[in-house]
Write a protein that binds this ligand. Structure first.
Ligand code: MUC
Ligand code: MG
Length: 373
């Protein structure tokens, strides 16, 4: 008899960060992962992860809502269903539950991991096959201190860990932020690509002023300078400046990607499995972007190893990603809950090998960091 989904367990896992990570909307001292363990009647377990940033400060799903909505609404839609037909299961979730893209991404990841283990294929192979086995990874400088950020960047360059850096700005007045970014770029010179992420903090007039100065300072990419829903403003910024715009919070899925491209946007899209409800959804967005001549960027919501590995399997199936990836989430955490960490070297990371995601949980570490209330 073919396998069915038997149980879906969700765990909140709190891991400390290696240093405070300062974004425009919050400063993180820890990250909370929602880990999904999906057990099937053939004895296979699929792993998934749904992770956001700073409770409810980044978006409408919190770790607690992800867990609760999976437990209460989404898991019952899957339990008892045949394990293997991902398209049918994904359509079932879409039909009966709106939104909750991070929760859905965690579940789709667990389904793909299990199906890969069942068939002896990696997730990238399930998606048609990997075109790359090593992907570039940038690092985010967000200690909140210019000197510390410069030292951190030089250390990463010396270790051959990262040669592209993203700076989180928007929490301070624009002139202060511009001075901070320009000082880091001046220190690094041509040794590194420096980009900024404003995380929606500016209004359009402030953005025009800030971007003009950042362009003069030699910054390569401006991420989400204005609020997510201001598509017309983002189009205007992309047409006004030579430095390209990266749309992040503005593009969740293929529909957003199509609307923004059709409105005249040029630049790049940050792809995130969490925004698009999983790997299949994010690849749909990637394909819209490719058709529209918009550059690709492999984005993160600062997931741990499971979510990062899932994203890497998706990015590996794509052709060139014009802006590389930021799949450094596990490196921001002091510890991990998997047996073998991802292998970061030579300014990038290896695609994990083996069936499914290629990741094994460390049960002791998981028990240690899992929240028990
Ligand atoms: C974001 O908005 O891009 C990605 C890297 C990082 O430091 O924060 C995230 C979220
Ligand atoms: Mg961003």
């Amino acid at each position: 008899m073919s396998s069915v989904i038997e149980t879906i367990e969700t765990l909140l896992v709190d891991l400390p960060t290696i240093r405070p990570h300062k974004l425009s909307m919050t400063t993180m001292a820890r990250q909370t992962l929602v880990i999904v363990r999906m057990r099937h009647s053939d004895g296979i377990e699929g792993l998934g992860e749904g992770t956001t940033i700073g409770g409810l400060s980044y978006g409408p799903e919190s770790p607690e809502s992800i867990k609760r909505n999976i437990d209460t609404y989404l898991a019952p839609l899957l339990i008892g269903q045949p394990s293997g037909n991902l398209n049918v299961l994904r359509a079932r979730l879409e039909r009966h539950a709106r939104g909750n893209s991070i929760a859905k991404s965690a579940l789709e990841t667990a389904l793909l991991d299990a199906q890969g283990k069942r068939l002896g294929l990696s997730v990238a192979e399930l998606l048609g096959g990997a075109r790359h086995d090593h992907l570039p990874v940038l690092w985010t400088l967000a200690s909140g201190d210019t000197r510390k950020d410069i030292d951190e960047a030089f250390q990463r360059l010396e270790d051959r860990r990262h040669c592209d850096f993203k700076l989180k700005i928007g929490a301070n007045p624009v002139d202060h932020d511009v001075r901070h970014v320009a000082a880091i770029k001046a220190a690094l010179g041509d040794r590194a690509s420096v980009r900024v992420d404003v995380n929606q903090a500016w209004d359009e007039a402030t953005a025009v002023r800030g971007i003009a100065a950042l362009q003069d300072a030699g910054i390569d990419l401006i991420e989400q300078a204005i609020p997510a829903r201001e598509h017309a403003g983002l189009v205007r910024l992309s047409q006004r400046f030579l430095v390209p715009m990266l749309a992040d919070e503005a593009v969740q899925d293929a529909r957003d990607g199509l609307t923004l491209a059709a409105s005249g946007f040029s630049g790049a899209y940050a792809l995130k499995i969490a925004k698009s409800g999983g790997l299949q959804g994010v690849l749909e967005l990637a394909h819209v972007a490719q058709a529209a001549g918009i550059g690709l960027y492999g984005g993160t919501l600062l997931e741990g190893t499971i979510g990062t590995a899932a994203s890497l399997h998706a990015w590996a199936t794509l052709g060139e990603m014009a802006w590389g990836t930021e799949m450094f989430g596990p490196l921001l955490l002091k510890d991990d809950i998997v047996v073998e960490s991802l292998n970061y070297h030579d300014f990038g990371v290896d695609l994990p090998k083996g069936p499914g995601l290629g990741i094994t949980l460390d049960e002791d570490k998981l028990a240690h960091y899992a929240r028990n209330h």
